[in-house]
Write a protein that binds this ligand. Structure first.
Ligand SMILES: Cc1cc2nc3c(=O)[nH]c(=O)nc-3n(C[C@H](O)[C@H](O)[C@H](O)COP(=O)(O)OP(=O)(O)OC[C@H]3O[C@@H](n4cnc5c(N)ncnc54)[C@H](O)[C@@H]3O)c2cc1C
Ligand code: FES
Ligand code: FES
Length: 503
């Protein structure tokens, strides 16, 4: 079906070829280079050039496609928008790939999302348009008549330099007013055929390509890393993808954990939430926000929907960036990581994982199996903040998370964690000491804010100066105190956006 000059495609099963669904047909790719991106495949092998390359780093959304995966409960297919520019093709093995070319009907009738874009003048030069269409399409499958807020949120990973967004948002709001197509109306209705075909290509053995191994069990992951400790663990690839597309690095052999079903689960255990290493950020944040509603804004501002659909929470922890957003949150919540090396498992408080810039307390061949987050305990106040130059889809200049318990007006428990203030995300021991056991009032907060200079000597970089970082860190502590003193419902981010009149 596809013209593939470089790669030989055929329609027979084998475990050394990448196999996925496209437009109702099974595509098999032999000799797939381990780091070939889905975008590269689409444009250069399949010659489906509707999907565009803008930034090649997950920022602009021009390359957005939708990936369908068998729902774990056996009913239907889960469809999610992802950035094809940083997604390696072998990672979509066993899944369905939907591109902008897949949407129109057999007679060329446009999908409601496309027709709405036409009717509302949502496209000018057109370069960004396929990406917007696919983000809206992913939303349409879940909610064909979304609110404006939901549309804005779904599009937060797509950039347009021409239209000014209003017509595109309007198209999203109106897309449900068009007649439903026979295919691609709702995820459940659209996927009876897909589900059958996905069953047919479901892998029951590991995928093994040169430089890419996708085992199915944790034991196999552990064995692979023990056998070759130079291998790199690949989860969502939202960091690793850029090593290839931006840094042009040759990667060591990859052990991909996205096919290990044990690692794809979130479990509610008596003492906390256990988030497996292959759980996408979108699901992990959703579960965290249910426990700690004040995390809503942080969750919504972490990357974009396509980034959160591919990237994992444990990948964020393992990457260990000093400005990784989840790390201060999880440190303040006293999370622990479950680590595995060979047959041995151990647990470590997350704050002890980081030894210095890009240095972690991980032995050779050791990897993260899960992160365990304690349940909210009575009287614990928790809040988290992200400060970045851009509201959506930006890396933090500073992230902060505070957990505090006040008993009889005294601070009985406190954990203050910051990102962007040092070479690793870390707690603020001097500021904590200034508060612990004392009164919880403005004077005490000011005194603690002053002690942050003992805890941190932040760097100056393009995101913020050292002085700004220190000042903002203290102000975030003051904000936490004010919010504690006058609790309100956590503001919905979309409300703030609407109030500011931004689009
Ligand atoms: C456009 C864009 C926006 C982003 N926005 C944000 C943001 O707002 N906030 C933020 O904090 N980050 C952001 N990121 C960074 C990235 O999305 C996160 O760090 C993400 O959580 C990484 O997870 P992953 O599964 O994609 O990791 P991968 O890229 O697969 O891996 C990252 C690193 O972790 C290691 N690793 C992964 N899983 C394990 C494991 N189980 N055990 C041991 N090592 C492991 C890998 O070997 C690699 O070194 C953004 C990235 C992009 C491209
Ligand atoms: S090309 Fe910009 S996000 Fe992929
Ligand atoms: S229409 Fe030109 S970049 Fe969006």
């Amino acid at each position: 079906m596809l013209d593939a000059p470089q790669l030989k495609l055929r329609h027979t099963a084998a475990r050394r070829e990448v196999c996925f669904l496209l437009d109702g047909e099974i595509v098999r790719v032999e000799n797939c280079p381990p780091t070939m991106t889905v975008l590269e495949y689409l444009r250069e092998v399949a010659h489906r050039t509707g999907t565009k390359e803008g930034c090649a780093e997950g920022d602009c959304g021009a390359c957005t496609v939708v990936i369908g995966e068998r729902a774990p409960n056996g009913s239907g297919v889960n469809y999610r928008a992802v950035n094809s520019c940083i997604r390696f093709l072998p990672t979509i093995d066993g899944q369905e790939l939907v591109t902008v070319e897949s949407l129109s009907g057999p007679d060329g009738t446009l999908h409601p999302v496309q027709q709405a874009m036409v009717d509302h003048h949502g496209s000018q030069c057109g370069f960004c348009t396929p990406g917007f269409v696919m983000s809206l399409f992913a939303l349409y499958l879940r909610d064909a008549t979304p609110s404006r807020d939901r549309v804005v949120e779904a599009l937060s990973g797509n950039l347009c330099r021409c239209t000014g967004y209003r017509p595109i948002i309007e198209a999203g709001v109106q897309m449900g007013s068009y007649p439903q197509p026979r295919r691609w109306s709702r995820a459940s209705a659209a996927t009876a055929d897909s589900r059958t075909l996905l069953e047919a290509i479901h892998r029951t053995e590991s995928l093994h390509l040169p430089g890419f191994y996708a085992p199915l069990t944790i034991d196999e992951v552990a064995r692979a890393l023990e056998t070759d400790p130079s291998s790199v663990v690949l989860a969502g690839g939202t960091d690793i993808g850029l090593w290839v597309t931006k840094q042009l690095r040759d990667l060591p052999p990859m052990v991909y954990i996205g096919s290990v079903s044990e690692l794809k689960t979130i479990r509610h255990e008596p003492d906390g939430l256990r988030v497996g290493a292959a759980v996408p950020l979108a699901e992990a944040w959703e579960a965290l926000v249910r426990l700690y509603p004040r995390l809503g804004e942080m969750a919504q501002r972490f990357g974009s929907p396509p980034v959160r659909n591919s990237g994992t929470l444990c990948g964020n922890i393992a990457n260990g960036s000093p400005i990784g957003d989840s790390i201060p949150v999880l440190i303040a919540l006293a999370a622990q990581v479950e680590l595995r090396c060979g047959a041995a498992t151990r647990y470590l408080p997350l704050e002890r994982l980081y030894l210095g810039y890009q240095r972690k307390a991980l032995a050779s061949a050791e990897f993260i199996v899960s992160v365990r987050i304690p349940l909210p305990s009575a009287g614990l106040w928790f809040s988290a903040y992200k400060v970045s130059k851009r509201f959506d889809q930006d890396i933090s200049a500073i992230a902060a998370a505070f957990a505090v318990r006040i008993e009889c007006g005294q601070v009985a428990e406190i954990r203050l964690a910051f990102g962007g203030m040092a070479e690793v995300a870390a707690r603020a021991p001097a500021a904590e000491r200034a508060l612990l056991g004392g009164p919880w009032n403005e004077a005490a907060i000011d005194a603690a804010a002053a002690r942050l200079a003992d805890d941190f000597t932040p760097m100056t970089d393009m995101r913020a100066s050292s002085a700004y970082r220190l000042r903002v860190a203290g102000n975030l502590l003051r904000r936490c105190y004010l919010e504690y003193s006058e609790p309100r419902e956590p503001a919905r981010v979309a409300d703030v956006v609407a109030a500011e009149g931004r689009e």
